[in-house]
Design a binder for this molecule. Structure first.
Ligand code: ME8
Length: 525
């Protein structure tokens, strides 16, 4: 794989749920990463989509008096609209009902049958109808024959099933974890999987016969392919890896293997164990990293359907209308549950982050700097001088923060990346306060000094803005236009070098983040 290619995926979202903050969160953090990589000049493929088969979708459609396809069309369209609403730049939106996906899944399963990795066997044990998942006697006993997800009793089940021979991959999966310690991140999640791996891998039933809304098993149409197997394959069917050579999507194949497969922690086992085993069985390369983030909870409580406390699209829209989309993106990326612990979505904290970071720090520095340039330098970027104004070598300081940002983004540490960019802005803020150019300007003989200070402020804010562009693209586009910075060059590293904005460049005043009154407890609750 040429090093300038990157691929990032989100889970594909179930159509039996309406889009909510969880879906927007995962897709937004992938979007931030994808945009950042594009700004660095990399060729990025960013994939998301919807997971549309299975018993639950069939039932939800029935309840609505719709065919499963009509139901899936409706909800999938809603997810697609959500991606547009939140300015998410996915390159493809895959649906598991796409004929291209279905055909490729069948061809993969056929290959697995031919290689003996999938076989027909009889299962006797327990079935969790809500999760469409089978439980062995031992496992069912552990949960007292009750679904840990729905709380409903497990049902006794005996049926012919196609199985994936996961047990045969025990050694190879263990070797994968030993040889690639960053295959699963964060570390705490990796340790959980290592713990479960020690219990030994069992074969996985991968077909169902008790309903029909799914992809038929090739050669035995009484069975449909288990929705999880169908769904996992989306990552490679979207790239055409199961298409015969020379087909339409052939040129996308080089994006595989994915750089990051970003998911929530609840679906890690499928992605960290079953998925790589399937790829191994097919002789395909494995993703570089499966990144499992934690969960948003809401005002101290787990979000759940029964509590009805999901932060839904309407609430997100409310935040967007009040604070702007970029503010929401900033908050999600900066305060989200990217590590091993859950994050509480607190209205008060949202307001505080917006006011402290965006209004008082970034917005304030950009507006103060450009207002002073308007007042003291006729609105043009002033020249620097050799004057030692403070003890900081601004060029190397900024260089360091650029390197920290790029390295953090590379390891998917979004808040680390944003933090480094904000370090630059905070330093500018302190610099303005310490040197007080607005006071110096009262004496005309200080003009060269004032120019030098404002030159340094502008350069530093410009560099921080370039680093933050992936997070708050609309606001940085405003800044670019006011400060005549042109469009992103596609070479972020060069753009972030000190001295990129030449003296004489028109610098107009900007007001990026308007102050918002604390909107009161009704917002988002
Ligand atoms: O699991 N906080 O789809 P899904 C953060 N179709 N992220 C959350 C969240 C929360 N409270 N709730 C959900 C499925 N998510 C399968 C996936 S992939 C081959 C098949 C996000 O609609 C998080 O990314 O239930 C989680 O993994 C995903 O939504 C689950 O979406």
């Amino acid at each position: 794989m040429p090093t300038d290619r990157r691929c990032i995926t989100t889970p594909i979202y179930y159509v039996n749920d309406r889009p909510h903050i969880g879906h927007v969160y995962t897709t937004t953090i992938c979007d931030v990463w994808a945009r950042f990589e594009r700004l660095l000049g990399r060729d990025v493929f960013f994939l998301t989509g919807t997971d549309e088969h299975g018993q639950k979708v069939e039932q939800s459609a029935q309840e609505r008096g719709l065919s499963p396809m009509a139901f899936a069309d409706e909800i999938s369209a809603e997810f697609r609209k959500t991606m547009e609403l939140f300015n998410l730049t996915n390159d493809e939106f895959i649906r598991t009902t796409d004929p291209q996906h279905e055909q490729q899944v069948q061809s993969f399963v056929k290959r697995l049958m031919e290689s003996g990795d999938v076989y027909l066997g009889t299962f006797e044990g327990w079935y969790d109808a809500g999760q469409e998942e089978y439980w062995t006697e031992t496992k069912a006993k552990e949960v007292d024959y009750t679904s840990p997800i729905s709380g409903k009793p497990l049902e006794r089940a005996a049926q012919d099933n196609y199985y994936f021979k996961l047990s045969a991959f025990q050694n190879r999966i263990e070797a994968l974890f030993a040889e690639h310690p960053t295959f699963v991140r964060p570390e705490a999640r990796r340790n959980e999987i290592l713990g479960r791996l020690r219990e030994g891998l069992l074969d996985v039933p991968i077909s169902r016969t008790n309903f029909t809304w799914g992809i038929p098993v090739p050669g035995n149409e009484e069975h449909v392919i288990y929705v999880w197997i169908d769904a996992l394959f989306n990552y490679i069917t979207a790239l055409g890896l199961g298409e015969p050579d020379g087909d339409r999507a052939g040129d996308r194949r080089d994006y595989w293997p994915a750089t990051y497969q970003v998911i929530g922690k609840e679906i890690l086992w499928f992605h960290a164990v079953i998925w790589p085993a399937l790829l191994m069985a097919l002789g395909l390369p494995l993703p570089h990293c499966v990144y499992a983030h934690s969960f948003w909870i809401s005002e101290g409580k787990k979000m759940s359907k029964s509590l009805g406390n999901f932060i839904d699209l309407e609430q997100l829209q409310h935040y967007m209308d009040t604070y702007g989309l970029d503010a929401l993106r900033y908050f999600l990326a900066m305060q989200g549950p990217l590590g091993a612990t859950d994050s509480d979505f607190l209205r008060a904290q949202f307001h505080e982050t917006y006011t402290t970071d965006l209004v008082n720090t970034l917005g304030n520095c950009a507006s103060r700097t450009s207002a002073m340039i308007g007042k003291y330098c006729r609105g043009f970027m002033p020249a620097d001088s050799d004057a030692e104004i403070d003890d900081l070598d601004w060029a190397s300081f900024c260089n360091e923060q650029v390197a920290i940002t790029i390295a953090a983004m590379e390891r998917f540490d979004l808040s680390g990346a944003i933090g480094a960019a904000m370090t630059i802005v905070r330093r500018v803020d302190a610099f303005i306060n310490d040197t007080a150019p607005f006071k110096l300007a009262k004496d005309e003989s200080n003009a060269p000094l004032v120019s030098a200070i404002l030159h340094r402020c502008t350069e530093a804010v410009r560099i921080a803005a370039c680093l933050l562009e992936a997070v708050i693209p609309q606001k940085i586009a405003e800044l670019r236009s006011a400060w005549t910075l042109g469009d992103p060059s596609g070479d972020l590293t060069t753009e972030c070098r000190w001295g990129g904005c030449k003296p004489g460049t028109p610098i107009a005043k900007v007001a990026l983040f308007p102050r918002v009154d604390d909107a009161g407890p009704h917002l988002g609750t």
